[in-house]
Design a protein around this ligand. Structure first.
Ligand SMILES: NC(=O)c1ccc[n+]([C@@H]2O[C@H](COP(=O)([O-])OP(=O)(O)OC[C@H]3O[C@@H](n4cnc5c(N)ncnc54)[C@H](OP(=O)(O)O)[C@@H]3O)[C@@H](O)[C@H]2O)c1
Length: 336
């Protein structure tokens, strides 16, 4: 299939004229090289996208680049025998909008080694409601279960619960058989959190602690915010529970003692979605399309943006007013 000579892309620059981002018409050869060209159907807005798109965080390592760390669409050109025209594929992370052009464009050129064939059980829209956020939540659960987390250890806490990663974690952990305690600074969203799988909704003060060990009220959890809330989660985790650290929405610092580790055997697990090895990446997407597929994706897809409205979506996310996930609709998805 031929790709139009020019197409629309949300591109980020940092040069003598300063940091700026916006819609442009570009050509295929403006994009980083790769074996696959796809017609983009959907992307999404993650915290990292909002930082990159506004210049509020150092995300890009070369300029100019098309933004968007997630992308899904249909292959229109392939130089890799593993993919054919018409195949539905997705990529999350893997250097998109960091060292390579990302998903905020009508066409994307991708490296075949990172393209995941859309797993049976997901459509393209669902795959981007999940995107990096869902991948991160499921990767956290995979790491925890590999380290012997079970529902019998107690409820899993999820911080930043109304956010993208948080909402999907609430749904995925519930689906996987865990009791979920959602921790949120938005008490007015308690009904939303219960609707997507939380058994209990707690305020952020639930993680205020004064001692390195407090009574163990959680079997473990996923932390999206860092700082004192992560300290509090570690202090309240049951013996041999796992705490996965994924985010820094509040702070990049962590002050704790060794007590949770040496007295309770608590494990602190890192979650780095962008650098996940291919075999683990495939396993996570397989689970997301089957036994860990969230039951409330439509409810979690609270916002929809287009290439034109991306700046509004970034502003909402950075102001902490985002709820759930923001899907970016870019091109037509045949069959919908
Ligand atoms: N490690 C990885 O691979 C990976 C992947 C994706 C994202 N992340 C990181 O994970 C975090 C969440 O990403 P996201 O896309 O879900 O962002 P998001 O949609 O903006 O959600 C962040 C949530 O954190 C809570 N929050 C915000 N500011 C806070 C503060 N000052 N103190 C306490 N809680 C606060 C809010 O939830 P409540 O109002 O409900 O408390 C907010 O909805 C970000 O730091 C992001 O960079 C990491």
């Amino acid at each position: 299939m031929t790709v139009p000579a020019r197409f629309r892309a949300f591109r980020i620059h940092d040069d003598d004229a300063g940091y700026r981002a916006g819609l442009e018409e570009i050509a295929l050869d403006d994009l980083a090289p790769g074996e696959l060209v796809i017609r983009t159907a959907y992307s999404s807005v993650n915290y990292k996208d909002a930082l990159a798109g506004t210049g509020q965080g150092k995300i890009l390592r070369r300029f100019p680049l098309v933004g968007g760390i997630d992308v899904a669409g249909h292959v229109v050109q392939s130089r890799d025998p593993a993919f054919r025209e018409g195949d539905a594929v997705l990529v999350t992370g893997c250097g998109l909008s960091e060292t390579r052009d990302g998903g905020y464009a009508e066409y994307a050129r991708l490296e075949a080694k990172w393209a995941v064939p859309l797993p049976a059980g997901l459509d393209l829209r669902e795959s981007m409601i999940l995107g990096t956020a869902g991948f991160t939540a499921a990767l956290a659960l995979l790491r925890m279960t590999e380290n012997r987390q079970t529902p019998a250890l107690g409820p899993l806490a999820v911080t930043g619960a109304t956010g993208g990663v948080g909402s999907l974690a609430v749904d995925i952990f519930d689906r996987a058989g865990y009791t979920v305690h959602a921790i949120s600074g938005k008490p007015e969203q308690a009904d939303y959190l219960r609707a997507i799988g939380a058994a209990e909704v707690l305020g952020r003060e639930a993680l205020d602690v004064r001692r390195a060990l407090e009574s163990a009220r959680f079997g473990g959890g996923l932390d999206n915010v860092g700082g004192p809330m992560l300290t509090g989660l570690l202090a309240q985790t049951a013996p041999y529970g796992n705490v996965a650290s994924a985010g820094l929405a509040a702070s990049p610092t962590l002050e704790t003692t060794v007590m949770p580790f040496i007295i309770r055997g608590v494990s602190l697990l890192g979650v780095a979605s962008a650098g996940t090895a291919r075999d683990i990446r495939d396993e996570v997407w397989r689970r997301l399309a089957s036994d860990w597929k969230p039951r409330h994706l439509d409810r979690i897809a609270q916002h929809e943006a287009t290439l034109d409205t991306l700046p509004d979506a970034f502003a909402r996310l950075l102001a902490g007013g985002g709820l759930g996930r923001t899907l970016v609709r870019i091109g037509p998805e045949p069959g919908r």
